[in-house]
Design a protein around this ligand. Structure first.
Ligand code: FAD
Ligand code: NA7
Length: 608
């Protein structure tokens, strides 16, 4: 049951705008008495209303109202919502009230949630096709959707086929995350963290630099252990599919018509299957470097399975994947340079992106700024000579390109079923994951607007399967998804960054609370002091709602996950301050952020 909204409206009786808005509100409160209560502040004349609202300087209701956006409003009506904690949330004038009423009446589930209702896709019990559902792509999203659908008794098959990368790399079942993404990346990042502890943190804790350091890092050993772990995961995926009675087909799928796929296996043998419904979960692949000689570069499809240490490496691209890989390469002792076209980590909080860059630079990563490779060529020694856009040149053993990913829809036969695809990036537009062809759905990296993250693909897949086979109408919630960038100093983030908050809510409508601090486990190691950890919370000044939480420091993923739950539940700044911290931890900083950026006071934390 949703809570009752207490809606206040003030105005003068013969004002047309006030009458219109208050009449609509009054009707709604009669229709939905349990959901809406209207408090009408009606004045007999314009003068009476203005004297209530504005008064003589500083004495009117508006001035004590306490919301910056409200302070400019002089016209009638003046509308606001009373919150349960006694605070107020400003709505606006007549148009804003009517827009609010429209939204109030829009179809919603009990509890105020949006309902996800699909266009009829023609699925019936006795459909006569081979399967109820065929999922194309056995990555994070496809595996989750197929297992969930089978749970509700659907007859399901999942296709997974890996097209070799241009450099020839292939892998097993499970998609990008397991084979060439999150898993090997995080393990190699961990190798770099171990290296940093061994080289810099052991002595003050009473250990002398162990033999391990003298022997140096073995790429081959790390690679073998990581790849063995991945093979174990590939095997487990096959077993769980069998246990859940999902048919696994190691075949490449292509649409023949809206209910038929042609399947090609490793040997080129072609067959066909039919299904009532399809989910496209084919993910994405790294975009190729499109300069002369670009084919000499490898990508994230190749780096984690390289037989040998990559040697002197140029990383092209300056976002998530390029910086994470450059970070672990430098951390295990590889001579690493990053070619940055414009800025680091576009889309993330700028202040923190800059701190990450400065920290990486001090950790041995070189940055070549404002350039892109113009030409790659093999020299006589088998190395790669790179000519940059500014005319400078250098020679590398490996060039690693991480310049974005394109949806893997090129060979799916979408043209055979008239399925709409974004021509620019191959992504598939959907509404509640349903594509322009009603019995064909899309989830994960291949879907337009979906954040390219494993848990997002998994959650979307599960929700979709429940809607298709268990009568659910719960939509996937793509808002406030937390993530972590595993750069040498890890960065966890959820919600708005400062730049986006400014654009969305306007300067002055939010406050930033921040702190630079030294995590206790770093405090004995001299080298750690130069780049302290950092936390930042962005708060809506009007409503006290937390708009964004950002944490730069150790175990950022572990720290951020729980705050992701809080954000989903609409945490306020006061809730954070009211939370008792766990001492001594780094995460506790987020329960004690009292220095506001606007105060101009230093963000450097003092005390224990
Ligand atoms: P995928 O996992 O890509 O699966 C698609 C599958 O479909 C593939 O196996 C593909 O071979 C197969 N396929 C394609 N076409 C066909 C066809 N026609 N027929 C049959 N099979 C087909 N996310 C995080 O949350 N955290 C991280 O730390 C993280 N790190 C990453 C690091 C790197 C280097 C990369 C590249 C990605 C990372 N990601 C991370 C992103 C994450 O891996 C993806 O968001 C996730 O794997 C997407 O899942 P998906 O199901 O959409 O597609
Ligand atoms: P992103 O996040 O799309 O970033 C691409 C990066 O590559 C970014 O820094 C771009 O710079 C840069 N770029 C793009 N094109 C070029 C060319 N032609 N030359 C040089 N540099 C270029 O991709 P990622 O691969 O890091 O990550 C993709 C997703 O995978 C990510 O969201 C994770 O969730 C997993 P720009 O800022 O545009 O100047």
């Amino acid at each position: 049951m949703s809570k009752q909204v207490v809606f206040h409206i003030g105005g003068w009786s013969s004002c047309g705008f006030y009458s219109k808005a208050s009449n609509v509100l009054a009707s709604l409160s009669i229709l939905f008495p349990s959901r809406l209560k209207v408090v009408d502040h009606k004045y007999g004349s314009r003068d009476e209303y203005r004297s209530w609202l504005i008064g003589t300087s500083g004495s009117g209701f508006r001035d004590t109202f306490g919301i910056s956006k409200a302070s400019n409003q002089t016209s009638s009506p003046f509308a606001w919502i009373e919150s349960s904690d006694g605070g107020n949330s400003f709505v606006g004038g007549c148009d804003d009230t009517l827009a609010w009423c429209k939204d109030f009446c829009a179809p919603k589930e009990e509890g105020g949630e949006e309902k996800a209702v699909h266009v009829d896709d023609g699925h019936t019990k006795g459909h006569g096709y081979d399967y109820d559902l065929v999922v194309i792509g056995g990555g994070s999203g496809g595996m989750a959707a197929s297992k969930e659908a089978a749970k509700f008794g659907a007859k399901v098959a999942v296709l997974d086929f890996v097209k070799p990368s241009p450099a020839g790399s292939t892998w097993g079942l499970g998609g990008t995350c397991v084979n060439v993404g999150c898993i090997p990346k995080k393990l190699m990042h961990n190798a770099a963290l171990i290296g940093e502890i061994l080289s810099s943190d052991t002595e003050p804790f009473g250990f002398t630099a162990p033999q391990a350091l003298e022997k140096g890092h073995s790429w081959e050993k790390m690679r073998e252990a990581v790849q063995n772990h991945i093979r174990g995961l590939n095997f487990n995926y096959r077993v769980t599919l069998r246990e859940k009675e999902v048919t696994y087909l190691n075949k490449l799928g292509k649409f023949v018509d809206a209910h038929t796929l042609s399947l090609t296996d490793k040997k080129g043998k072609v067959s066909q299957i039919t299904s009532s419904r399809f989910i496209i979960a084919t993910g994405g692949r790294p975009s190729p470097l499109n300069c002369e000689g670009g084919e000499l570069a490898i990508s994230s499809d190749d780096i984690f399975s390289l037989e040998q240490n990559p040697g002197k490496t140029l990383c092209v691209g300056a976002s998530y994947i390029a910086l994470e890989c450059a970070g672990f390469l430098a951390g295990i002792g590889v001579d690493t340079e990053v070619a940055v076209r414009s800025i680091l980590l576009r889309g993330f909080d700028r202040e923190i992106a800059d701190k990450i860059g400065a920290h990486m630079e001090d950790h041995g990563v070189k940055f070549r700024k404002g350039v892109v490779p113009a030409k790659l060529e093999k020299n006589g020694e088998g190395k790669i000579e790179v000519t940059f856009s500014d005319g400078t040149k250098d020679v590398y053993d490996t060039v690693f390109a991480a310049i974005g990913r394109s949806a893997d829809t090129g060979k799916l036969g979408v043209e055979n079923i008239n399925l709409k695809v974004n021509e620019r990036n191959g992504k598939i537009p959907t509404k509640f994951e349903q594509t322009s062809v009603p019995n064909v759905y899309a989830i994960g990296d291949v879907m337009e607007g979906c954040p390219e993250l494993t848990p997002v693909a998994i959650q979307a897949g599960r929700h979709l399967a429940r809607r298709l086979f268990d009568g659910s109408t719960t939509p996937m919630d793509y808002k406030n998804i937390c993530t972590t960038v595993f750069t040498p100093m890890e960065f966890g983030t959820v919600g708005y960054n400062e730049e986006d908050a400014k654009e969305k809510f306007g300067c002055g409508s939010y406050e930033v609370y921040h702190s630079s601090f030294n995590p206790l486990e770093w405090s004995l190691s001299e080298h750690r002091g130069k780049h302290p950890a950092f936390a930042k919370v962005i708060v809506n000044k009007d409503t006290d709602a937390v708009l964004g939480i950002h944490y730069l420091g150790p175990h950022a993923g572990e720290v951020t996950q729980g705050f992701g739950v809080a954000m989903k539940k609409g945490v306020t700044y006061n809730d954070l301050l009211d939370t008792v911290g766990i001492h001594p931890t780094s995460a506790e900083v987020l329960t004690d952020l009292t220095v506001s950026k606007s105060s101009g006071k230093s963000a450097d934390a003092k005390g224990c």
